[in-house]
Design a protein around this ligand. Structure first.
Ligand code: ZN
Ligand code: ZN
Length: 344
């Protein structure tokens, strides 16, 4: 059989060898120092092949709603209310301070999470108690009421006309869908073994201020992690801050079967050893992204020798592991194989 030039072009298209047909999820961490994984870094953007763009845990390593790195954001995820996640502080400027001790400033009364959701007309996808609280802050930013996101037609169609909030609890799934897409991105809230206390500075009523005198705060619902099922087959477990817990094996691994994990390494919740146990023995993903390091985890984009992050990476067995380097976009296919942008 003769194969024509046109036939070759068609074959190339069928094999997906052109970027136009790439069905990859793009993952872009936003940190304080370009090309590194630094102490305060939390924020991560995920872009589905259908165009749905999700921001996970805005935290301190963004410059608020007008951070030029953000682009379109359709959904804002928040694992829990701690200040380094909701964002009671924000970057003073790009690269300000050192990687080990970035310079941040007060983010004001509303949080980076609410500022971004207000500026981007995003859906708040987090447990009800927390989405209700953050919605009040978004209302303070925009001056308009925040309603519950419609799930008509099998998901919230993006972009939404105005910020809205999810109305789901632990275990529930919120779907974000691009116009005309056959499938949406499925975002499920899963258990995390952690606290969920708000920064007292974010409480506006006097009862809340009174709690502060006793060193107390309030907790808007449970802390969570997420499992996000993208349309190309990539399934990502976002651990949130958490200690080891048995649902990593049962609900996360056995039920959701993630092929990627973004693991938080904050040392007040998990050690390099216990986080490695979570990955190797419980969650068992093919690919791991190291985040929330609470240290200068990389230098020149490589794990710093003798860092906790390096120790964690060294303990992972037969898995691809990548640091969440600020501003570096990694692309993953449906089996969690990195096809562009990854540096290990
Ligand atoms: Zn926390
Ligand atoms: Zn944290």
């Amino acid at each position: 059989m003769r194969i024509t030039v046109a036939g070759c072009a068609l074959l190339a298209l069928m094999l997906g060898s052109t970027s136009a047909l790439a069905q990859n999820v793009k993952v872009t961490p936003l940190g304080t120092h370009a090309g590194e994984l630094c102490d305060r870094d939390r924020a991560t953007i995920f872009e589905d092949p259908t165009g749905v763009r999700i921001l996970y845990d805005a935290g301190h390593s963004v410059m608020g709603g007008n951070d030029p790195r953000l682009g379109d954001i359709h959904a804002v995820l928040l694992s829990h209310a701690h200040g380094d996640h909701i964002g009671d502080r924000k970057m003073a400027a790009m690269g300000a301070g050192s990687c080990a001790s970035p310079q941040t400033v007060d983010a004001g009364p509303n949080s980076t999470t609410a500022e971004i959701a207000g500026a981007k007309n995003a859906a708040l996808v987090m447990v009800v108690d927390l989405s209700t609280f953050v919605a009040k802050k978004v209302e303070a930013v925009t001056g308009k009421p925040v309603g519950i996101c419609s799930q008509a037609g099998g998901g919230t169609t993006v972009p939404v006309a105005a910020p809205c909030r999810s109305n789901i609890h632990l275990g529930g799934t919120h779907v974000m869908k691009a116009p005309g897409a056959v499938r949406g991105v499925e975002i499920t809230m899963v258990f995390a073994s952690h606290a969920n206390s708000l920064p007292v500075s974010m409480l506006t009523n006097q009862d809340g201020k009174g709690l502060a005198a006793d060193g107390l705060s309030v907790s808007p619902g449970p802390a969570t992690g997420y499992v996000v099922r993208f349309t190309n087959g990539l399934v990502v477990y976002l651990s949130g801050d958490t200690g080891l817990h048995s649902e990593m094996k049962t609900i996360v691994h056995e039920y959701h079967k993630p092929n990627m994990a973004v693991m938080n390494l904050g040392p007040n919740a998990i050690t390099a050893h216990s986080a490695a146990y979570a990955v190797n023995e419980l969650v068992k993903p093919a690919t791991v992204i190291v985040s929330h390091a609470n240290e200068a985890a990389t230098s020149g984009g490589k794990f710093v020798p003798k860092s906790r992050s390096e120790a964690f990476a060294a303990l992972l067995k037969g898995r691809a592991v990548y640091p969440a380097l600020s501003g570096v976009t990694m692309e993953f296919d449906g089996s969690a194989k990195c096809v562009a942008g990854c540096r290990s």
